[in-house]
Design a binder for this molecule. Structure first.
Ligand SMILES: [Zn+2]
Length: 354
């Protein structure tokens, strides 16, 4: 639940502009606009950092996102509080969404600095829902979801065993203040409008300042990787890619020279070009699936995943990739180009509709 992107998606864009050198993940900060600091928290995984942002006002600071639940992250927050905040206190914490790299220290920061945690309803309760290890054994409906997708039971068990050993599982933040889409947060001299994104997580909050054209984008707009969008057993008939693509279009309506502050990789300009690339990326993924179905005939999601994501490294990657393949298949089904049949062996098989 920590990673933003499914592996094997690295791509570089010539159309984006990166005006700053990124801070190192050791408590260093880079000022990206007056009163807005960019820092990084380390992550011991292939995506090796998360960006966090600090917004200054006259009497204190607002923190945006937290890093993983590790000793190292807590030590870096202590260092930042002691040395980077001009002697002013932390006033509030905003978490863009529920994933552990964004909200893993939400409970600790709100207690340590005695500040409110601001999140949307969907993200706060999804965070609470993600707390604790998956049940052992898994509920039959959950096993059945993966069986229908074509994954062997032993493999499903092995993946959930890995989840049960997740070392970054955070404690529950006991309370929050609700953010809603369209809310305006006044922080210092700037108004930040809450812009909701869906598909990567249920009610992801981006913050947009129209006057200076700055977007704190969370995982809704990353410059060189595409965010993970998956179908899970919690909502097996969902079509999250439709929500994701609509969310991209909402961001596409913001000013073209917007400075985008993403949660991973570097601060950039080129919002419209990046939205276009991400649309093109998903269209290409749809094409990969259509071509494979044309070539081999009916196939399970698990078989198609191996074509869509040929370079998976470990069990958790596989779970995210399978969910993302199902998300693309759900979009294609809703679009009418692909149909799904439940075969006698209990597997869903997908085929081209005509
Ligand atoms: Zn995320």
């Amino acid at each position: 639940m920590a990673e933003a992107a499914t592996p094997s998606r690295l791509r570089a864009s010539a159309a984006l502009d990166y005006p700053f050198t990124a801070p190192t993940s050791d408590g260093a900060v880079v000022e990206v606009a007056p009163g807005i600091l960019w820092a990084r928290m380390p992550m011991p995984m292939s995506l090796d950092h998360i960006n966090v942002y600090l917004l200054r006002e006259d009497d204190g600071w607002t923190l945006v996102d937290t890093g993983l639940n590790t000793e190292r992250t807590r030590a870096l927050w202590e260092l930042i509080a002691a040395e980077r905040l001009d002697g002013l206190p932390v006033k509030r914490l905003v978490c863009t969404h529920c994933h552990y790299d964004h909200a893993g220290q939400a409970a600790w920061i709100s207690e340590r600095f005695d500040v409110p945690l601001l999140m949307t309803y969907g993200e706060y309760f999804m965070l609470r829902g993600l707390m604790g290890p998956p049940p052992d054994p898994l509920p039959p409906s959950q096993m059945a979801f993966y069986r229908r997708a074509g994954m062997a039971d032993a493999r499903t068990e092995a993946i959930f065993d890995a989840f049960r050993r997740d070392p970054f599982m955070p404690p529950v933040p006991p309370a929050y203040q609700r953010l809603r889409g369209g809310d305006v947060l006044r922080i210092g001299a700037r108004d930040w409008q809450v812009v909701i994104g869906e598909g990567h997580s249920p009610e992801h909050a981006c913050l947009y300042n129209a006057a200076d054209r700055i977007l704190i984008a969370g995982d809704q707009l990353l410059p060189r990787i595409s965010s993970n969008v998956l179908v899970s057993p919690v909502e097996p008939e969902a079509n999250p890619l439709q929500l994701w693509l609509e969310s991209l279009d909402r961001l596409d309506r913001l000013a073209p020279d917007t400075l985008v502050l993403p949660s991973h990789q570097s601060v950039f300009r080129g919002l419209h070009a990046r939205v276009e690339e991400l649309h093109a990326h998903h269209q290409q993924q749809f094409e990969v699936l259509r071509a494979e179905l044309a070539r081999r005939g009916p196939a399970t999601a698990f078989e198609l995943m191996q074509v869509q994501f040929p370079k998976l490294r470990h069990a958790v990657d596989e779970m995210m990739a399978l969910g993302e393949t199902i998300a693309h298949l759900s979009w294609l089904r809703h679009d009418g180009g692909v149909r799904r049949v439940l075969d006698d062996d209990g597997c869903h098989r997908f085929s081209l509709a005509s």
